[in-house]
Design a protein around this ligand. Structure first.
Ligand SMILES: *[C@@H]1O[C@H](CO)[C@@H](O)[C@H](O)[C@H]1NC(C)=O
Ligand SMILES: *[C@@H]1O[C@H](CO)[C@@H](O)[C@H](O)[C@H]1NC(C)=O
Ligand SMILES: *[C@@H]1O[C@H](CO)[C@@H](O)[C@H](O)[C@H]1NC(C)=O
Ligand SMILES: *[C@@H]1O[C@H](CO)[C@@H](O)[C@H](O)[C@H]1NC(C)=O
Length: 309
């Protein structure tokens, strides 16, 4: 463009009238910006939609140092949900490195033809973990922690329910203990782990809650977070993957009453294979297992095979 053209244009728009227009335009823009910020803040306040910021991640990272005295075994009960694992594994690596938590991810992969048994898989993960790991995280693969202040440290004061009912996106009943729970090796051994009698989806965590109470532990919940149940976690369960919700008569008998006859000390299984591999760039140890079911005690383990979590 010729310089004279630029000069002409400059003179043309800088008449008093056009200056007014420009100023009015600026004021309008500033007003609109202020208004949108105000609306945004009201939405945040009204709906408690506090979004974790990079500065909060940084604040957590700077306040922590690696605790070399403890190591966490992150136990992920698993069957046919590789897509969730591909999102889960790198997310957890970033999240835990930010908190400077030493950990190993164990994917306890049920490869038999029985119904899914989350509790037995956790027991197996506990028994198979490296002895250096002195605490475990019982962790759903479809629940991603978002708030950087969710504390994954060694739970010295008692079992720590990271996904407490006030924070879990779906489950709000007060006894809820599922999702993500941290326990020390001693705590988990003392309660004899989890019951092996729950085949299919649900309720095994309620039994664990009873065991924890029975042994005099107090479950601790996260406190002082600014997030709520909409934004503390991201739930990534694939809706096309159904859950095995079938219930059987005998199964009801052991509900609401602690199972005292099974647990960590009678978990029977065989390890088919194991490997340590990268899942979307994150190191994960697969333990592929066949759980042993005593059909005289829990005939409902054999019910139609379904591909469930
Ligand atoms: C792989 O990890 C990246 C980075 O964490 C994530 O954004 C992406 O969704 C993951 N890929 C899959 C297939 O989940
Ligand atoms: C995290 O939890 C541990 C164990 O309960 C506690 O000692 C520690 O102070 C907590 N850290 C933060 C930053 O809240
Ligand atoms: C397992 O421990 C429970 C008590 O928690 C006990 O009643 C049961 O006899 C033990 N079973 C085995 C096989 O050791
Ligand atoms: C490790 O085991 C998993 C689960 O069985 C399998 O999908 C994967 O291909 C194995 N990786 C290697 C490197 O053998």
């Amino acid at each position: 463009m010729k310089p004279s053209g630029g000069l002409q244009n400059f003179l043309l728009i800088n008449t008093p009238e056009s200056m007014k227009k420009v100023l009015f335009g600026r004021r309008f823009l500033v007003g609109a910006a202020v208004l949108s910020v105000l609306i945004w803040f009201s939405i945040e306040v009204i709906f408690d939609r506090h979004v974790s910021t990079m500065s909060e991640f940084k604040e957590v990272r700077n306040s922590r140092t690696y605790d070399k005295t403890h190591k966490m075994a992150l136990l992920v009960p698993f069957r046919n949900c590789i897509n969730e694992l591909k999102e889960f594994a790198p997310h957890m690596m970033k999240f835990l490195n930010n908190q400077r938590i030493p950990y190993t991810i164990y994917v306890i992969n049920q490869v038999d033809d029985l119904r899914f048994n989350r509790a037995s898989l956790v027991n197996i993960g506990f028994l198979e973990r490296h002895p250096d790991c002195d605490y475990i995280a019982i962790h759903d693969v479809d629940l991603l922690p978002l708030n950087p202040k969710l504390n994954y440290s060694f739970p010295s004061e008692g079992p720590f329910h990271v996904s407490s009912p006030e924070l879990h996106p779906l489950y709000h009943y007060s006894e809820f203990t599922g999702g993500i729970l941290l326990m020390t090796r001693e705590q988990y051994e003392k309660v004899n782990g989890m019951s092996n009698k729950f085949w299919g989806w649900g309720a095994e965590d309620d039994d664990l809650a009873l065991r924890i109470l029975h042994h005099g532990f107090k479950t601790i919940h996260p406190l002082g977070l600014k997030t709520g149940f909409q934004n503390t976690f991201r739930h990534i369960h694939e809706s096309k993957r159904p859950r095995d919700q079938a219930r059987f008569i005998d199964e009801y008998k052991i509900k609401r009453r602690m199972d005292v006859s099974s647990g960590l000390n009678n978990t029977r299984y065989t390890v088919e294979s194991r490997n340590t591999t990268l899942i979307n760039g994150t190191q994960v140890t697969f333990i592929n297992v066949h759980i042993t079911c005593d059909v005289k005690i829990t005939p409902w383990c054999l019910m139609e095979k379904r591909n469930t979590r």
